[in-house]
Design a protein around this ligand. Sequence first.
Ligand code: SAJ
Length: 450
Amino acid sequence: MSPLDLQLDRISKTHSQICIIGLGQVGLPTALTFSHAGFSVVGVDINENIVNSLNSKKPYFVESGIEELLVNCIDKKLFKASTNFVESVSKSDIVIVCVATPITNDVKPNLQFLETVCLSLSKLDLKSKLIIIESSIPPGTFNNLVLPIINTNNNNFWTAFVPERLSPGSGLYEIQSTSRVIGTLDNDSKLLTEKLYDKITSGKIITTTVSIAEISKLVENTFRDVNIALANEISKICEIYEIDIQELLKVCNSHPRVNLLQPGPGVGGPCLPKDPYLLLNPQGNKPISSELISNSRKINDGMPKHVANIVYDSLNKQNKIPSNSSVLILGVAYKNNVSDSRFSPAEPLINELQQNGLSVFVHDPFSSERFGAKNIDSIWDVLNIIDVIVVITDHDDFKKFSLAKIKEKMKSIPIIIDTRRIFDKDECESLGIEYLSLGYKKSFKEGSNL
Ligand code: SAJ
């Protein structure tokens, strides 16, 4: 049996030993999904605390279904975590790299984690192994950085670029249902990688070139970021026209070819705020400029300030001054029901309000991050001194709060700035709560220039 047929057979029978490098929001769900499919998986991370936590069956971030899957895979001896890169890779047939590819403060790609992994791989014998990169990478990175580093001592391994597509919060479900894109340079790698991912998803397997696969991932997230920017701009237009954007969205999205997204207090998470910059910064080439993509990033990054202006305007209308006012921020996580607060709009908002003298309190049952504001474990402990509640994250828990009780506890004419529309605006207004939001008729208007 040829090495290719042998590996194909091992994948078919889930006999392949798989090594996942990087046990973050992508790596851990990926590792457990392959274990759940029957593969023996070792997850490697440089963070010993993460490795120890996982081996004690405790996930270190919130993800629906992850804890029970972790317990199940460990009990079945199909998953374990390790800090030992060399031993884990050496005994594996397949290596899947899921390390972070963040951006620097001047919004340039930071590929140090990926480069370190490629360098470590280059020192090992990768003969007849399948090496897969799932991390989002700037166009050209696979051919101009990943392969040249790994190839220094190896040239007899199979390899593919398979961009991850899971959305934290529904990661485990999406990994098993979303179609996957596989970019390869040769047919054997394509056959192996197709068979492997076919084991874990009911979605389609789309094979293409490495270049298309690299760019597709970044374009998917850029598409979303640009469309969120459009929704945010339209929300400001609605504030000027004094109409409710939610009514407008209902009408516009009834058109078969219109699908407007939701305005929000800003775009957070480890992906959307950075992937447009990866797209515009090809590996080894000069940056590409795109007014639409860059301005969309600016629009989304400007939303926390817009929310702050709504806070100031609402206090001003009650003749309250910022330095004598207190704000309760509901949620610092970048989106609902997750603990991740990376690039959360809560951070710039908290900084802005504190710099203007407001006392800022934060309540978030999912994330421990407070960005320098005062932590509140129960909102009922602090509402009596709160002038404004600002909803930043639409955690399901927040939707259960009694508006009548909030009204009773808060200072006179309480203000709720519900940027995620989790509360019923009519109920608020009938209780005498000043209800504001983005794209809502009574919100702050920054004049005709958006
Ligand atoms: N947001 C809005 N309005 C919307 C949708 C989202 O303001 O209508 C905000 C969210 O509140 C959040 C941010 O945008 O702060 C990002 O949220 P998201 O729903 O885009 O989710 P992510 O970033 O967790 O996942 C995205 C997904 N990409 C796409 O949907 C095209 C996911 O499939 C990717 O795998 C993931 O990025 C990634 O890891 O790249």
